[in-house]
Design a protein around this ligand. Structure first.
Ligand SMILES: *Cc1c(COP(=O)(O)O)cnc(C)c1O
Length: 356
């Protein structure tokens, strides 16, 4: 017997979620975002499962090289582009596309010789103020890119600040800003991440960039994936490894922060913050034991958590536990831990085995 803690990845759910994207945006191409180890799900397996995607988006060169080494042939876009001139030859050899978001990158492109044409995504800052050229700079940057002999196709993109807020006008203002700054240019455009795919049809354009929804998770604070007909891809599983019969007044876990209000059974589960379970999960965070929700109690340790088994008095060692995924939306766990599902998914540590 090995430690019973593992992550299950449902490739059928990934394919289903990609189909949902296609239904929502039938005439756009899909740049599937698989940066950060495919949001913690495993870069290579996810890329294989999403073979129908038109292209893949990763953050930087090393992530893309892993994909190429695994035989992935789709276009791959480096969403932060390149960090210096030394990366360009390898980018070109591996047929990768780059986002260009600032003048130092443009100057490197103007000075370098490349053997094959490089696809460039020109990034425009429409208000997020993270990466991108200002709207008034776009026409000149476009002209300079066009003059670079080894620059092939040029696409245009921007990224939204709060597309998950349906009551603010920010997204439509950013859309208008984008449209104004590219009015004289003819190119393929991309704006929409998951929230915009779901909520802002006017932003869909030629390419969409879904991330979190591919993994079956809602980008909206008050919704879960199932509300959008998405299926969870990652299920984090473990087992009860001890059951304690505690007395009224006994405390549970470090710091003794949880005090038993009566005699009661407490279950110990083999998962902790060393596995990526959030240490800030509050008392009452939902955990599934034998498919029934029970509340987390006490502090999360590195390797273990405790749950209140008063509603499951017959639960015993070896019984199945789901921390999130099938039967327990990760959005609910994230909410109870004061974070977002993106972070929980990305933070599962390598010591958690994958069983597909
Ligand atoms: C990560 C990322 C996305 C995907 O965002 P989701 O909210 O996960 O859909 C889209 N575009 C860019 C530029 C990104 O970095």
């Amino acid at each position: 017997m090995t430690r019973p803690t593992y992550m299950q990845i449902n490739a059928d759910a990934l394919r289903h979620n990609l189909k949902q994207v296609r239904k929502l945006v039938p005439s756009s191409r899909v740049l599937a975002m698989i940066k950060a180890n495919a949001y913690g799900h495993g870069l290579i397996n996810v890329a294989h499962a999403l073979a129908d995607a038109d292209a893949f988006g990763v953050a930087f060169l090393e992530e893309a090289l892993q994909l190429r080494a695994a035989g992935i042939q789709q276009p791959i876009v480096l969403m932060e582009g390149f960090y210096g001139a030394t990366e360009l030859a390898e980018i070109s050899q591996n047929d990768l596309a780059v986002v260009v978001h600032q003048y130092s990158q443009l100057e490197i492109l103007e000075q370098q010789e490349l053997k094959t044409p490089l696809t460039v995504w020109l990034k425009i800052d429409t208000g997020l103020h993270r990466l991108g050229f200002l709207p008034e700079e776009v026409a000149e940057v476009w002209r300079r890119l066009k003059k670079c002999k080894h620059v092939g196709e040029i696409h245009l993109l921007s990224h939204f600040t709060e597309p998950d807020d349906l009551y603010k006008s920010t997204t439509l203002q950013q859309l208008a800003c984008f449209d104004r700054s590219i009015a004289e240019l003819s190119a393929q455009r991309s704006l929409a991440n998951s929230a915009a795919i779901l909520a802002w049809p006017a932003t869909h354009y030629e390419w969409v960039r879904p991330g979190i929804m591919l993994y079956g998770v809602s980008p909206f604070a008050d919704k879960i994936g199932a509300d959008h007909n998405l299926q969870p891809v990652m299920t984090l599983r473990s087992e009860l490894i001890a059951v304690q019969s505690l007395c009224k007044g006994d405390t549970v876990g470090y710091g003794g922060t949880w005090i038993c209000p009566e005699n009661m059974p407490v279950g110990i589960i083999a998962i902790g913050y060393g596995d990526g379970y959030p240490r800030h999960a509050k008392n009452g965070t939902p955990v599934l034991v034998n498919n029934a929700v029970v509340p987390l109690i006490g502090r999360v340790s590195m390797d273990m958590i405790a749950v209140d088994l008063r509603t499951q008095p017959h639960a015993k060692i070896g019984d199945s536990v789901v921390l999130w995924g099938e039967g327990l939306p990760v959005e609910q766990v994230a909410h109870a831990a004061g974070t977002i599902a993106y972070e929980l998914l990305c933070h599962v540590t390598p010591r958690v085995r994958k069983n597909n």
